[in-house]
Design a protein around this ligand. Structure first.
Ligand code: 0RA
Length: 672
């Protein structure tokens, strides 16, 4: 490194010093270098465009994944300034792209709220550092300016003027560095989910997405159509709540509260439905505060107090009646809380808990005032909310009695391990793994293929249960769930103890098809609602079985995604255009003439439709062997997402469910 540096100009040395740490320790800046870290690059740029929008200078943001796999984020903001700074000799554009954390210094909006400065805000320069190439285009002062960077952020010459324009804006295209990231394949579903959320939180701004990798969609989209989405929500968080509840039966309107206080800007939308669960999603400066914090506490305190005082005032609660509890008034509540403040403090295990104490009081006071006012003006909604809360209170008492009986009878504690469980011999939870396997046949393969010292197998039969509609006491009567809980060893509900868990790795292993996705969603939902601590402890994983086995002669390789498949085919000298025949499991095919060698190569592609198609050895070497396998650790976010789509899959209304399966069936591997 030291030798090399001597050849660089002073300017380039600064770039290297500026961005080198990012390439050395990418994890410090973007968390991980897996697929999540990869997507982080997009969020980083989009956050900057959203800041430009929140400052009132931009109303359109466009994201595309281009045909060659690069990503473009374009906006119609003011454009990053391109004139040279008198003392540094560098433009703001170059500074923003080559100096760590330089983004804010040029903002000139110090009073405003910034999305990009929050939890993940590491600056656009990080994207440059982790890309092989980056192209910045700025429309400003009537001109189109361009500058290119290569190899982790080295500018290729000065800013060039390439044309005239009447508009303004910034467009950044980057090519992520394959030597940094485990994968450089972007996932359209992940991008869509995120930008939909951002669009809800930035009302009046249009955020669009286009996937130009047409090859991915050849069979999945009608001819001539493209994969393109546009999000624009005039109602902001109000629209968000409607969206979250679109499959539920509403009991009230969506109630909307907005206020700019001295402390922060507050937006809250909420609605009651006849569901049993509560769903509150909170944000601070557009950052999802998964662990909640002061804004959530403020709203919860006020919610219970306001509802009880209204209920007493109107005579729904008599003198002898107890107040409704926090739990009672939360049942069936869907809410989105969004606050924006100048200096958010993020705390907690995952730094996703809003710590600013002043926000609590501001939210509580605002909610007290506005919600009481709403109830006075909308007595029908008031009546519906009280009715729901009082029903929940009665159900809580009945359910507790029933559950206590079940638990007292020793439904769980006394029970011996389920017969279907093929347990491991180790009794050390930190070494033990539980594979939850879909179906008896895959279960059989897994039992034969496993390392019985520390791997236990629990086969589950079919669809286990609709947890959304079942209360805890009912759930305990379901045999599949009971087996799982007993195998886990933690107990459930009030008797839950994480320390008693029998396996510190619980691996969900389902087929790569729609049914598999469904069962996975269901299990994640179960864990999310009843075993959140197990997820938080990082004990839940999703197995990653291969999609293909590609063989040539005696050698064979497994491919876990389409990119790998293409790479393996290329490496074997087969034409990458080759497709496996759609319905033959073991299609013997002759590849097209390889482009450069002009000789025919016989390649056999086996597509695995289910785990059952793999023999025990294959299952072990591809999916279960700790030395070879790759597993996804489930985060609370993953489980929360599963919980959200769970309603679509399991809800009582039939048409939306069918719609979900129809629209997603072909790329079910993208789901969850
Ligand atoms: C620095 C200063 C100004 C705007 C921006 C940066 C800016 C950055 C990004 C990143 C993505 N889109 C963006 N749009 C704008 C303000 C310059 C002025 O006062 O005109």
């Amino acid at each position: 490194m030291a030798d090399k540096k001597q050849n660089y100009s002073a300017e380039q040395i600064q770039v290297l010093e500026g961005l080198d740490p990012v390439r050395k320790r990418p994890g410090m800046y973007i968390g991980t270098t897996d697929v999540r870290g990869l997507h982080h690059l997009i969020w980083e740029i989009v956050d900057n465009s959203i800041d430009e929008a929140m400052a009132g200078h931009c109303n359109k943001i466009m994201i595309s994944v281009n045909e060659d796999g690069s990503v473009t984020v374009a906006d119609n903001g003011r454009g990053i300034p391109v004139d040279k700074h008198k003392t540094t000799g560098k433009s703001a554009l170059e500074t923003v792209l080559t100096v760590l954390h330089a983004g804010g210094k040029f903002g000139g909006d110090a009073s405003g709220y910034k999305v990009s400065g929050g939890l993940h805000g590491v600056g656009v320069s990080v994207v440059n550092a982790l890309s092989t190439r980056l192209l910045a285009e700025v429309r400003r002062d009537g001109k189109v300016h361009q500058q290119e960077y290569k190899d982790g952020g080295s500018p290729q010459g000065d800013i060039a003027v390439v044309g005239d324009t009447k508009s303004t804006g910034t467009s950044i295209t980057f090519w992520p560095d394959p030597t940094i990231f485990e994968t450089i394949e972007f996932d359209a579903q992940t991008i869509l989910t995120r930008i939909r959320q951002q669009a809800y939180l930035t009302k009046g701004v249009e955020i669009s997405f286009e996937d130009k990798r047409t090859k991915l969609y050849e069979e999945k989209l009608p001819k001539g159509s493209t994969y393109k989405y546009r999000f624009y929500f005039e109602g902001g968080v109000q629209s968000y709540v409607s969206h979250l509840n679109h499959n539920k039966e509403p009991l009230t309107d969506v109630i909307y509260i907005e206020k700019q206080t001295d402390e922060c800007l507050i937006e809250i939308a909420f609605q009651y439905t006849n569901a049993f669960s509560e769903n509150i999603i909170t944000f601070a400066n557009n950052i999802h505060t998964l662990e909640g914090g002061m804004h959530l506490t403020g709203m919860r305190t006020s919610l219970t107090r306001t509802i009880n005082s209204y209920a007493r005032d109107k005579g729904f609660l008599k003198e002898k009646d107890d107040n409704m509890t926090n739990e009672d008034v939360r049942e069936g509540l869907t809410a989105v809380i969004s606050v924006k403040l100048a200096e958010p403090q993020f705390e907690g295990q995952t730094k996703s808990k809003l710590g600013n104490p002043e926000v609590r009081g501001a939210v509580e006071k605002t909610f007290n005032e506005k919600f009481a006012e709403y109830l006075e003006e909308n007595p029908n909604d008031g009546k519906a909310i009280i009715g729901k809360g009082m029903l929940a209170a009665r159900a809580r008492l009945a359910s507790r009695a029933a559950r206590d009986t079940v638990l007292r009878k020793g439904a769980l504690e006394g029970m011996t391990l389920p017969g279907k469980l093929a347990d491991c011999s180790s009794r050390d939870p930190s070494k033990s793994e539980l594979y939850i396997v879909e179906g008896d046949s895959a279960g059989g393969s897994a039992k034969q293929g496993r390392d019985r010292e520390y791997q236990a197998i629990l086969p589950l039969r079919g669809k286990i249960l609709n947890v959304e509609q079942a209360r805890l006491d009912k759930m305990l009567n379901n045999n599949e769930i009971k087996s799982l809980i007993i195998a886990l060893g933690t107990g459930i509900g009030e008797t839950f103890e994480l320390e008693k868990i029998r396996y510190q790795r619980v691996v969900i292993m389902t087929d790569a098809d729609v049914d598999g996705a469904h069962i996975r969603t269901l299990l994640l939902t179960l864990f999310y609602r009843y075993f959140k601590e197990v997820i938080e402890a990082g004990y839940i994983y999703i197995a990653q079985p291969p999609l293909y086995k590609i063989s040539k002669g005696k050698t064979s390789h497994y491919a876990y995604n389409e990119t790998e498949k293409t790479a393996i085919l290329k490496q074997m000298g087969a034409d990458t255009e080759q497709e496996e025949s759609p319905d033959a499991d073991e299609a013997e095919e002759t590849a097209e003439e390889a482009a450069d060698t002009k000789k025919k190569v016989r390649v056999n592609i086996q597509r695995y439709k289910g785990l059952g198609e793999m023999n025990p050895e294959q299952l072990w070497e591809t999916t279960m062997d700790p030395a070879e396998r790759s597993m996804l650790k489930v985060t609370i976010q993953d489980a929360e997402m599963a919980d959200a789509i769970f309603d679509t899959l399991m809800g009582s209304e039939v048409p939306p469910r069918r719609k979900f399966i129809q629209t997603h069936a072909k790329h079910a591997n993208l789901d969850v």
